[in-house]
Design a protein around this ligand. Structure first.
Ligand code: 9MR
Length: 510
């Protein structure tokens, strides 16, 4: 993205962003007009819903200008992945080094972003001298660390993860030099020290595997309920959101966030990523997109959910492959900084209506619902919509959509029908084509085209009710079909692909 574009993009002023970050309520923004030619950013979309949308980053990445172009424009909040941790900021007792953290806050200030400080008290990335301290000296060292670090960043960090990862997965307290020296009281002591050092920062406790209802989130709930009751300065709970498609989506995430909000606390998704086994296939990326969408929806469903931070926005700089060998592809953008289906899913969940979006093929997306009452009869009935999310009309004459399925046994020739379309079925073309190299879930596709016409900016074709069968009317098993979904209401469908003049512009082929 060019500097010119960046400087004209819609961005609330720093004070507005800060206000949002600290208020924890959905507030309407009085932002300037969207850049005429620029698509709204993730943060623009989130801001319109009273939230921020942020990304982690790290110092080595700041020399990658393609990376920083997007970091500085698409996101309204950043979190240093490493550079405010104890081993960086106080590698030797009493010797503080803020150079790397300052580079992050400097970047944020230059780009009108807020910063979540991460993290003051954590069992990991702790220099050896802390673990070697006699127990009686740990509290003073911890308070001094918090006082110096939070004091240094006063005014440039909007929120702190004061205590990170205090729990084991079973909900018991994790041992650490702090817990060993002070028991669980170290948490209240740390929060009080942080509040004294920076009374304006929002103070969080942050953990992973607490996104859904369960033993660990119950433990967090009990902890913060007690802190609130005692008047300890805690403002929010961070839910890291390191998810994996192979482990399922956390159960009851919205309800879980809501119960913390009901204590009068802010909640935030602080480190979102969704990993999978490599190599990433279309199915994994499509599932991943639904996880990102569901996290956004959970946050938007809770008024006190102040924002979402992804744990870096690109696979290029993900921590996942290093920590989980054989896994990765966890982020919104791929290794080449190209948006993945999850990016479109997040945009849609944030309410992107395409206003001010770019003209042209990149603005098209397919939506789908199943119109089938039976997945095992002799007809397949996809309902499709084509949406132009952009700011200019799209000529439909070169546009096609593909719905991918398996023919199963029986005839290899097909009949296709359009049962209804507000465009008029006579304006649609449809046919079934066989794939030269079948893939899992697909050996044929239904191709839908438009003889002519154009799709105005921000509009949809409306529902196109399609139907197909084999000429021998033998049955299908649709359950394993690539594009098939069970949903009976329209949703963005990255497994229904869209082409302009034969070039893929939306979705992933099988
Ligand atoms: O992203 C961080 C990575 O670069 C470090 O190597 C790693 C070391 O533990 O920490 C990563 O960030 C972690 C965060 O600070 C706390 N939650 C889990 C994150 C992923 O490990």
């Amino acid at each position: 993205m060019s500097l010119t574009k960046r400087s004209t993009r819609r961005r609330p002023g720093r004070s507005a962003v800060l206000l949002l970050a600290v208020c924890g309520v959905a507030a309407a923004l009085t932002a300037g007009p969207a850049a005429a030619a620029g698509q709204e950013t993730l943060h623009d979309l989130a801001s319109a819903q009273g939230r921020y949308f942020g990304s982690a980053t790290d110092n080595p990445e700041l020399s990658d200008s393609a990376y920083t172009d997007t970091l500085g424009s698409e996101f309204g909040q950043i979190t240093p992945g490493n550079s405010m941790k104890w081993d960086t900021t106080e590698p030797q007792q009493g010797r503080f080094d803020f150079a790397r953290g300052d580079a992050i806050t400097g970047f944020a200030q230059a780009h009108g972003q807020t910063v979540r400080g991460h993290t003051l008290v954590w069992h990991s990335q702790l220099p050896g001298w802390v673990s070697a301290l006699p127990s009686a000296q740990v509290e003073a060292a911890m308070v001094n660390h918090i006082t110096e670090v939070a004091g240094h960043y006063r005014g440039s960090v909007a929120a702190w993860d004061v205590v990170n990862e205090p729990f084991n997965d079973d909900g018991t307290f994790r041992t650490s030099p702090f817990y060993d020296a002070m028991g669980s009281d170290y948490i209240a002591t740390a929060l009080r020290a942080a509040h004294a050092a920076d009374p304006d920062a929002r103070l969080y406790i942050n953990d992973y595997n607490t996104e859904g209802l369960g033993a660990k989130s119950d433990a967090m709930y009990d902890l913060v309920s007690g802190l609130v009751a005692e008047g300890v300065p805690v403002d929010g709970v961070g839910f890291q959101g390191h998810l994996a498609v192979q482990y399922g989506f956390p159960g009851g995430m919205r309800q879980n966030l809501q119960r913390f909000a009901d204590l009068g606390l802010d909640v935030a998704v602080t480190e979102l990523d969704v990993r999978m086994q490599l190599p990433a296939g279309a199915a994994g990326l499509a599932t991943q997109a639904t996880y990102y969408r569901d996290v956004v929806e959970a946050c938007l469903g809770v008024e006190r959910c102040v924002g979402i931070t992804v744990w870096d926005y690109t696979d290029k700089y993900s921590w996942v492959p290093g920590a989980f060998p054989g896994q990765g592809a966890a982020n919104l953008y791929d290794d080449n900084l190209r948006p993945k289906p999850a990016y479109a899913a997040v945009r849609a969940a944030l309410g992107d209506d395409g206003g001010g979006g770019p003209a042209g093929p990149g603005a098209l997306r397919a939506r789908y619902r199943s119109n089938d009452s039976s997945v095992s009869d002799n007809q397949i009935k996809p309902g499709l919509q084509l949406v132009n999310t952009g700011g200019a009309a799209v000529d439909l004459s070169g546009v096609t959509l593909r719905y991918w399925f398996t023919g199963d046994n029986g005839a290899s020739s097909y009949g296709t029908w359009c049962d209804w379309s507000p465009l008029g079925c006579s304006t649609l073309t449809h046919r079934v084509a066989a794939m030269s190299s079948p893939h899992t879930g697909a050996d044929h596709y239904l191709e839908v085209g438009f003889g002519s016409g154009s799709l105005a900016p921000g509009t949809s074709t409306g529902e196109m009710q399609l139907r197909l069968s084999k000429t021998d009317w033998s049955n299908f098993d649709e359950t394993d079909d690539y594009s098939h979904g069970a949903g009976d209401s329209y949703a963005d469908a990255p497994k229904v692909t869209v082409y302009v003049d034969g070039e893929l512009v939306w979705g992933l082929e099988p």
